[in-house]
Ligand binder design. Sequence first.
Ligand code: NAD
Ligand code: 2YH
Length: 278
Amino acid sequence: MALLTPDDLKNIKDALVSNDRLIEKLTGTDLKTMCSQIYGTAYHQEKIGIIPITAGGGIIGSFSESLLYTVSHFGMDGFITEKTDVAGFYEAVTKGADIILMADDFAFVAYNVRTGQIAHNQICTGIVYSEILIRTRPEIFKEAAAKAGKTENDLNKVLAIGIGKVGKHALRNLLDKGCDVYVYDADPAVLEKILSEYKGAKKYDPADPHAFLKIFEATPCADTIRDDMIITGAVLSTPGIPIALSEEKRREFSVTAVQEPLGIGTMSMIYQILDKKE
Ligand code: NAD
Ligand code: 2YH
């Protein structure tokens, strides 16, 4: 499993602000409102305890701080425990945390101490990044679609690249919401398994190229999106680290890209386990 590094997180403040603005421009709602709508939940001043975990690769410089920045940025009440691991869990609960955030090398979870609900980062990241594409307003593509001779049907088509632990939750959500999804994974065995398990998903065949206005990507590799997959003016929603499409290519194809290393997925996790809206 790819571990986050301090380098991945060094621009998180700017990335969170600029991506939130982008999400609002594309979908008409900011990240917080979008998460609240996805899960039908609302924030009621819950206290969020962030526990540094030393297991495995150990504490990642600025991981807990980035989580605290994220929750504080969105107006939530958070704190980082002084102690780590189990002692940190005890400290968080005794200091009144309603929600716990903690991650080791394999899982990053949000746990609601009051209700027992638990959220997993891979699931919630897949959901939120796919929702951005689902919710992107048709007028965003008006010019691009007209230039490329595309119709309303083409706005429903999504290319999903990298169908692993994050990508499969995005695929499930895209199919459930009625998208026409073409899937591609570099591992042929993964691709065949996905096609047999996810009814309605179509195979993207690189030998028979097809270009898209909406692209989801969740791989740990750069340069996974070929030129012939992109319609100029496309929207790319990608949690993948590093980003799938270079700045040069994004400029060449006028691609709008939503990508941020931690905060968008974290907000999705928190909203999944908050109480339902009254
Ligand atoms: P994973 O290893 O489970 O899945 C990745 C999939 O991509 C695999 O099926 C693999 O075969 C496929 N793949 C690899 N190279 C490819 C290529 N060149 N073309 C097409 N497919 C390719 O990984 P994951 O846990 O799903 O995570 C995916 C990425 O998302 C990682 O970079 C991870 O760090 C990142 N991630 C980011 C966030 C966030 O908040 N931004 C959250 C979770 C994970
Ligand atoms: O980066 C990771 C794993 N890839 C899981 C997250 C999934 N996006 N874990 C972070 C480990 C944090 C560390 N234990 C700390 O600082 O507490």
